[in-house]
Design a protein around this ligand. Structure first.
Ligand SMILES: Cc1cc2nc3c(=O)[nH]c(=O)nc-3n(C[C@H](O)[C@H](O)[C@H](O)COP(=O)(O)OP(=O)(O)OC[C@H]3O[C@@H](n4cnc5c(N)ncnc54)[C@H](O)[C@@H]3O)c2cc1C
Length: 284
């Protein structure tokens, strides 16, 4: 289908984009890469009168080093994030997840911030950014605020970004030297995950000193597998120890049931995939 008619503006600065948002209010929608918004418009699930395109705002693009963190601009395309050396060195888990995100065309157009703002519970970036303890920089008429990954994801397709605000960048604490793996379970290539697990671990002398694990599509938002993280700390990086810890993966989750699998199937998958992801991350 063809989207309903809309007017279009492409401001050159965040301030101008915020002014356009303030002027058009509920009648306006931000567009980043359009990879999720355009299908929504074409299906006429939403029909904004104004589209505000962030594509000309150069300050929203790129990855930079900021001491203890790396900072990823909201408009940085997945393909750039996936090949960025700073991300690969300090947030390897994100590199691993982007490798599994959609296909090359979508990775070329879709953006890091757009995917996170869209907050699809099956999206591949939510679990890694939660596991890494990222924070989200959001700019609005009242200035800039920073929201932790734990508070950013509110519900299905709902985040802490207000209607009059723009996500500008994501700050990711460096996890230099940590092993990382993103294990995604799909039926066919390039599919959204039925379940996926983002695991990053710090191994010292064969022992898992620390583990951070995120779950994709095991609830209405990306989740942390806190029970697994606690069970892994101080354990040897062996198949038996990781298997025992991974058995806790579905604790506190509320996975959906759909045509790809029911909730019990997803709970089972989570334990299997968590074991595989942690073992791979630990290099065991
Ligand atoms: C065929 C196909 C397959 C896909 N497969 C996968 C997959 O396997 N895994 C996966 O994770 N994703 C997948 N995607 C989605 C892809 O990751 C998109 O890039 C992403 O969901 C949206 O990013 P975007 O930049 O295109 O945002 P848009 O589509 O432009 O925007 C999405 C939403 O976020 C809002 N928004 C965007 N940027 C901002 C901002 N800076 N501040 C505030 N609000 C903002 C928009 O208003 C809109 O509501 C797929 C998409 C397609 C088309």
């Amino acid at each position: 289908m063809i989207p309903a008619q809309f007017d279009y503006v492409a401001p050159a600065s965040v301030e101008d984009a915020l002014a356009a948002l303030a002027e058009h209010g509920d009648d306006a929608k931000i567009i980043a890469g359009g990879q999720s918004l355009l299908p929504v418009l074409r299906m006429r699930l939403n029909a904004p009168e104004w589209i505000i395109d962030l594509g000309r705002i150069e300050s929203l693009r790129g990855v930079r080093d900021d001491g203890d963190s790396i900072v990823i601009g909201a408009m940085t395309p997945h393909s750039v994030v996936g090949s960025d050396p700073l991300v690969a060195e300090h947030a390897t888990l994100i590199t691993r997840a982007v490798e599994h995100l959609a296909d090359a065309q979508v990775r070329h157009r879709g953006t890091f911030g757009g995917a996170l703002a869209h907050a699809d519970p099956a999206g591949d970036l939510g679990a890694p950014v939660r596991a890494l303890g990222a924070s989200f920089v959001i700019q609005g008429p009242g200035g800039t605020r920073t929201v932790s990954a734990d508070d950013f994801f509110v519900d299905l397709f709902e985040t802490a970004i207000g209607d009059d605000e723009i996500l500008t960048e994501v700050r990711v604490p460096k996890h230099t030297g940590w092993g990382a793996h993103y294990e995604k379970f799909v039926r066919v290539a390039h599919q959204w995950p039925i379940v996926a697990v983002a695991a990053t671990v710090r191994v010292e002398g064969g022992t898992i000193a620390e583990a951070r694990i995120g779950l994709t599509n095991m609830g209405s938002t990306p989740l942390r597998a806190a029970a697994v993280e606690a069970a892994l700390a101080g354990q040897p990086a062996t198949e038996a120890a990781v298997r025992a810890a991974a058995a806790h993966a579905a604790e506190g989750t509320h996975p959906p049931s759909d045509l790809n699998g029911d909730a019990d199937y997803r709970r089972h998958l989570a334990t299997v995939i968590t074991r595989r992801a942690v073992l791979a991350a630990a290099g065991a």
